[in-house]
Design a protein around this ligand. Sequence first.
Ligand code: 1PZ
Length: 220
Amino acid sequence: MIGDARFNTPLLVITEAFEDLADLLKPRRQKREIGRNGVVSNDGLRLDAFCSACTHVSVLFGCLGFAFKFAEMEYVSKVRDLVEASKTFDTLHNIIDLDVMNQTVKTQGSYSRNLRRVRLGLDLIRAIFEQFLMTNEYYSLKDAATKAYTQVCAPFHTWGVRTAVYAGMYTLPTRDQLLLRLNETDQSVEKNMRRYMEASRPIIEYIDKLYIDRNIKLDW
Ligand code: 1PZ
C-alpha cells in the first residue's frame, strides 16, 4: 500500500543500514582483543561494513531527477573505490594509515580522500533531513537542500561544482513529490529521517576522529 510505513521504504532501508553500523560502534558491541603486550585494543570499524551501508544511499538519487545524475556518479564511484579497498584493508583506519605513510591523504583519488568525500555526502544527507524537518510545507525541498549543501559541502567544492549544484537545485522535486517517490507519509518520513540523523552522527564523528587523531585538519 502506497505510503504505508509498515513496508520497507527506501528511507527505512538506509536508516536501518546505518543503525546497524552505529551499533558496531557501541562499546558493548565492539570486538575487543588483548594485544601482545596485554593492552586491550579495539579493532575499529570494518571497511566492508561501512561500504555496505554507504551503498544503500544510492536509492535516494533515483528520487532526485536527472540533474543529480552527476552527483550520483561521483558518490557511487567513491564508494566503489572503497569497496575495492575493503578487499585488501580491514578497517577504516587501515586505509588512512596507508595514505599517511605514503603522504597521499589529500591526493585526488586516494582512499583517504574518497573516504572524506563519502563522509561529506553522509553528512549532507543528514543536514538535508534536518532542514526538511525543521521547515513546513511552505518551504521547498530546493531551499532545504540549498541550505544544507551550503553548510556541509559547498566550502569544500570548487566554484564550478558549486555553481552546477545550485543550478541543479531548481530541478528538485517538490516536497510532496519527494514523499510520494520515497513512499512515505508526513509522519513516517519524520520518524525515518530522525532515525538516520541519529544513526549517522556517531559514524560521521568516528570518521572525523580518525583524521584528527593523526593530526590531519578537516579543512579540505
Ligand atoms: C533530497 C534532496 C537532494 C539534494 C541534493 C543535493 C546534492 C548535492 C550534490 C553534490 C554534488 C557533488 C559533485 C561533485 C563533487 C566533486 O567535486 C567532489 C570532489 O571530488 P574529488 O576532487 O575528491 O575527486 N566529490 C564529492 O564531494 C563526492 C560526491 C558527494 C556527493 C554526495 C551527495 C549525497 C547527497 C545525496 C542526496 C540524495
